[in-house]
Design a protein around this ligand. Structure first.
Ligand code: ADP
Ligand code: MG
Length: 259
């Protein structure tokens, strides 16, 4: 007999996080070549994105940019920063990593933005050419300081979608990093936006209820804010810079003396 009850549908989300999971397919997996010779990717990639803000941390060269660029590429975002409207064929070929990644969305969004800190200048030029400057406080982005322009861009232009940001702190003073976190909060709290951010900043990394993935091991591993080197080292340093330097310089002098 057919049930009189309607089938219970799984609850459908209408807001962020949009991108829920990223996996690498085992085909093409070659641990001897880039990108799978990067230690953090050496067992493949399987990321569950449960929160609206996700951070990626890791030493220089640990693979943060490689991962974020591949994700941006899979989303169809311009690699030098921008959304789908800003077409320029800078990704000559799909990167090896992008070719192996599969993304799961709920719900799917095509809105969004990718920004590398070092490519901000190019992106500012583009925005200056095509946009209504009133949207940025009536000033050319180049007429503002790097940090002002960066914040103006976020505060005025972007509302809905997936934002992929590679080391955004480069442009920002500590005070502006806090302003940046307020902008993130205003976008993500109502479910409008999802952020994937690589950062070395212990301030940005402190954003509440975010997921932090570390690329410093042989797999991408979730970690807690207070367990990151960014938090621990900064805290210890600020507690006593003198003690820190004494230890650092003495150790190095010992090594020099021994060699
Ligand atoms: N196209 C490439 N071919 C080979 N190796 C690369 C390529 N791009 C980056 N790498 C290497 O991959 C590693 C990770 O780089 P990257 O993703 O830029 O690290 P991060 O952003 O964490 O500093 C580095 O060792 C880098 O030299
Ligand atoms: Mg990088």
């Amino acid at each position: 007999m057919k049930s009189r009850h309607r089938e219970v549908q799984p609850e459908r989300s209408t807001g962020a996080p949009f991108l829920r999971r990223v996996i690498s397919l085992p085909e093409k997996f070659d641990r001897t070549r880039h990108p799978f010779n990067i230690r953090a990717f050496s067992h493949g990639i399987d990321l569950a994105l449960r929160t609206k803000v996700t951070f990626f941390v890791g030493e220089n060269g640990s693979g943060k940019s490689t991962l974020l660029e591949a994700l941006a590429e899979c989303c169809g975002f311009h690699p030098e920063g921008g959304n789908r409207d800003h077409h320029r064929e800078t990704f000559a070929d799909r990167s090896d990593l992008a070719q192996t990644l599969r993304l799961s969305w709920m719900p799917k969004t095509t809105e969004g933005f990718f920004m590398r800190a070092e490519s901000f200048y190019n992106f500012a030029s583009y925005i200056d050419r095509v946009s209504n400057l009133r949207a940025y406080g009536g000033k050319s982005l180049h007429g503002q300081s790097h940090g002002e322009a960066f914040l103006a861009l976020f505060a005025n232009r972007f509302e809905q979608g997936l934002y992929i940001l590679d080391e955004p702190e480069a442009a920002l003073s500590p005070q502006r990093q806090l302003s940046f976190l307020k902008i993130i909060h205003d976008l993500e709290a109502p479910g409008h936006a999802q952020f994937l951010i690589s950062t070395h900043s212990p301030i940005i990394l402190g954003y509440p209820d975010a997921t932090i993935f570390s690329l410093d091991d042989d797999t991408i591993r979730e970690t807690a804010y207070r367990e990151t080197e960014h938090f621990l080292l900064t805290r210890d340093f600020l507690n006593s810079p003198e003690r820190y330097f004494r230890h650092l310089f003495d150790t190095q002098e010992d090594e020099v003396r021994r060699s």
